[in-house]
Design a binder for this molecule. Structure first.
Ligand SMILES: [Zn+2]
Length: 172
């Protein structure tokens, strides 16, 4: 005869699997998204993914502030402390994802759902792969702003492509 606790375990496992099935059939793992992005960029990649963390809006804001210290200093010099702080607030309020170049960590807002969350993850993976294949923006000489703009455009375009295919229920 099956001990009562075994029955309970079996039942709760079944419930967990049933609950997981509908989402796991749709949601992509970070690995799947990473390799999709690499394919879109036409590059072969190191199979080691950046670390991925899903974090709160507050955490994202703090991480952005931390990783943008150099930009902030430059804004302070160019525009003064008050305007620099107002720029920073605009960025920290709007941020939904971030790639920490120093530590190779991707942060994505845990308040995002479904395709939006995956598309932002795809965007940040583009930045990780840009760094891996093209090196740091800072090494790009006098064209830093231009390179930064190109990289942002590439990331945004892949993000949009991912979001469009995801919302149509197409497996990326
Ligand atoms: Zn970006």
């Amino acid at each position: 005869m099956t001990p009562p606790h075994m029955t309970r375990i079996t039942l709760s496992l079944t419930a967990a699997i049933l609950l997981l099935l509908p989402t796991s059939a749709v949601a992509k793992s970070p690995e799947e998204i990473y390799f999709w992005v690499a394919e879109e960029m036409g590059i072969s990649v190191d199979p080691v993914l950046p670390e991925v963390h899903f974090v709160t809006k507050e955490y994202l804001g703090q991480a952005l502030r931390h990783t943008s210290r150099a930009s902030f200093k430059a804004w302070e010099v160019e525009y003064g402390a008050e305007r620099a702080e107002s720029f920073m607030e605009t960025y920290t309020t709007g941020v939904v994802g971030l790639y920490d170049v120093q530590n190779n960590v991707v942060y994505v807002g845990n308040f995002l759902e479904g395709c939006r969350r995956e598309a932002i993850l795809a965007h940040e993976f583009v930045h990780a792969l840009q760094l891996a294949t093209e090196g740091p923006v800072g090494d790009s000489g006098p064209a830093v702003a231009l390179v930064q703009m190109f990289r942002e455009q590439e990331a945004s375009s892949i993000e949009r492509r991912y979001a469009a295919r995801c919302s149509q229920g197409m497996i990326p």
